[in-house]
Design a protein around this ligand. Structure first.
Ligand code: G
Ligand code: G
Ligand code: NA
Length: 250
């Protein structure tokens, strides 16, 4: 497959880059961290979205190597930022199922000297489905390093409340499909509210994602979500622009 060999070249020739999207704490009204989002700068095809190549990277298991690059780069970049800021990176289910992600991350933490409590790993519910014990063990080993585990896109796909009990989760990211029509649809607002209070009762925090309007921001603030992320608050940007955001928010 052409794209598979292209992905190998991309790794070898450093065609990958990260974009950083700011995340704000709604209790303190301050910048609290960034989500690292993968970009592929293809020499002929230009910027390619991860949605277009991650499925192939997963099929070919190249995601294990690509994902390690993402974690290493994100940790290096964030290590140069003020100490209270966190970095969130997305983890493919394949990274839990194949290889040894906990050892990879332990090496990265040692190399960068980053406090592991500043690292958040975002996993989707599909990562929690594999019926073997392997994914759960991998998550537990990651948790033991001191990193935080975030359940991404909550409420879409095959959500199961038992996941909230079974897995060592610190935070729930409420999917933007609920956040975005909350203002017009009371049922969506009710779901965001219920998930927020459920998370709180379970000792977890919440992030409302996909905030695009001041009205949406006001609603999630009133509901009591812990954090917010979205184009209104900041778009994914290269590290230099992220550093500028940090400087301006100080
Ligand atoms: O940033 P963008 O909207 O193009 O991202 C599209 C999708 O790709 C999102 O679902 C996002 O979670 C996912 N994604 C972005 N970066 C990474 C990454 O480093 N690893 C994995 N597995 N998924 C990512
Ligand atoms: O679910 P996850 O956090 O992985 O989603 C990340 C994706 O969401 C990225 O592709 C990012 O570009 C996109 N994204 C971030 N903020 C917004 C927003 O306000 N609106 C929309 N439509 N997409 C967003
Ligand atoms: Na994410």
């Amino acid at each position: 497959l052409q794209i598979e060999s292209d992905l190998r070249v991309a790794l070898a020739e450093q065609q990958f880059a990260l974009a950083y999207q700011p995340i704000f704490n709604l209790e303190t009204d301050r910048l609290c961290g960034f989500e690292a989002l993968l970009r592929w700068r293809h020499p002929e095809r230009g910027l390619i979205s991860p949605a277009a190549f991650i499925p192939i990277a997963e099929e070919t298991r190249l995601i294990v190597e690509i994902g390690a690059w993402v974690l290493r780069q994100a940790c290096r970049d964030i290590a140069s930022l003020p100490g209270e800021l966190k970095i969130a990176a997305n983890l493919s289910p394949v990274q839990l199922a194949v290889g040894d992600i906990a050892t990879t991350l332990a090496d990265i933490v040692r190399e960068t000297g980053l406090d592991p409590s500043r690292i958040e790993l975002e996993i989707t519910e599909t990562a929690l489905f594999a019926d073997d014990q392997r994914n759960l063990d991998a998550l537990r080993r990651l948790k033991a390093l001191g990193v935080r585990i975030v359940l991404d896109d909550f409420g879409t796909g095959y959500s199961s409340l038992s996941h909230l009990r079974l897995f060592p989760l610190d935070k729930i990211k409420i999917d933007r499909s609920f956040v975005q029509d909350m203002v017009d649809r009371p049922d969506s607002a009710a779901i965001v509210e219920a998930v927020t209070s459920l998370a709180r009762r379970l000792g977890m925090t919440t992030t409302a994602e996909g905030i695009e309007t001041a009205e949406q921001l006001a609603v999630v603030r009133r509901i009591g979500c812990t954090e917010a992320q979205g184009y209104l608050l900041g778009r994914p940007e290269p590290i230099a622009a992220a550093l500028e955001t940090v400087r301006c928010s100080a």
